[in-house]
Design a protein. Structure first.
Length: 277
């Protein structure tokens, strides 16, 4: 079994829930105190052992590429003024040996289509997918936890989170015969996308995945669903007919930074240490 070294970051969305701020700034570049949201997820991936970050972008996301590139003029000014602590913040050592690749998604056709854009870079390897909207704090990280399960099970792994029954309609929710047992891993039977009633469990899919390369076979032959989008959930449902997919209930604190409420909660939580000093 080969080690997972590549991670896909779908970042082409317009971020309409944060307008007017996202008219000129990518949602992923909105600051959580003094670091952009996307940096937290990239750091999570790199600390888990990822060596190549593949961003699926659009024409409005150039700022993400600039952020992870060097700014020689700024670095020279910081060196000249002796502000070495700020130099370390913009030129972080953990990213030194990481390859950053950018693939343009020409039109917004859903999460499944975004992942499909990276097929030529992934080839036959298993890979990670991180949705930066979900800011998950823990050590070991959510991605590291999923990788650990993958090393044991050698199959696709989906990150899970417990949600209140009243909120199940907001998420993709799994069905499993293992629900109700004192377990953290669940063999998934089905995924119900945003159930309107009678959700099969309170275990919701979050924006962290380890996927086998076979997912591309299902994505390529998948018809667009409602809204004309190719959904990753639909591809995983097809995959379940042919191979094992495990859901893992990760340990950690999650903030849905794709919503204003979750974004504000994340800032408030991370500001506590600053305000305490």
């Amino acid at each position: 079994m080969t080690k997972i070294t590549k991670a896909i970051f779908p970042v082409a969305g317009l971020g309409t829930r944060f307008l007017p701020a996202t008219k000129a700034i990518p949602k992923e570049m909105l600051p959580i105190i003094d670091r952009p949201l996307i940096e937290y997820a990239v750091e999570e991936a790199v600390m888990a052992g990822i060596k190549e970050i593949i961003f699926i972008t659009s024409h409005t996301k150039r700022a993400i590429e600039d952020h992870f590139d060097q700014n020689f003029e700024l670095e020279a000014k910081l060196i000249k003024s002796g502000k070495h602590e700020y130099l370390e913040k913009i030129n972080r050592k953990i990213f030194e040996n990481v390859k950053f690749t950018y693939v343009r998604q020409k039109s917004q056709k859903g999460l499944g289509d975004a992942i499909l854009q990276a097929k030529h870079l992934i080839q036959d390897e298993a890979f990670a997918v991180l949705l930066a909207d979900d800011l998950i704090l823990n050590d070991p990280s959510c991605t590291a936890q999923l990788m650990s399960v993958y090393a044991q099970k050698n199959c696709s792994i989906v990150g899970l989170n417990i949600v209140p029954d009243k909120d199940a309609h907001k998420y993709g929710v799994i069905s499993s015969d293992d629900v109700g047992h004192a377990e953290q891993t669940f063999a998934i039977n089905d995924i119900v996308e945003k159930p309107t009633e009678n959700a099969p469990s309170n275990l919701a899919v979050v924006g962290r995945y380890i996927l086998s390369a076979t997912i591309f076979n299902y994505l390529e032959n998948l018809a667009p669903s409602v809204g004309g989008e190719v959904q990753l959930t639909d591809a995983i449902k097809l995959m379940l007919k042919d191979e094992l997919v495990i859901g893992h209930l990760y340990k950690g604190l999650k903030f849905d930074c794709g919503s204003r409420h979750g974004y504000a909660q994340a800032i408030t939580h991370l500001a506590k240490d600053i305000l305490a000093n």
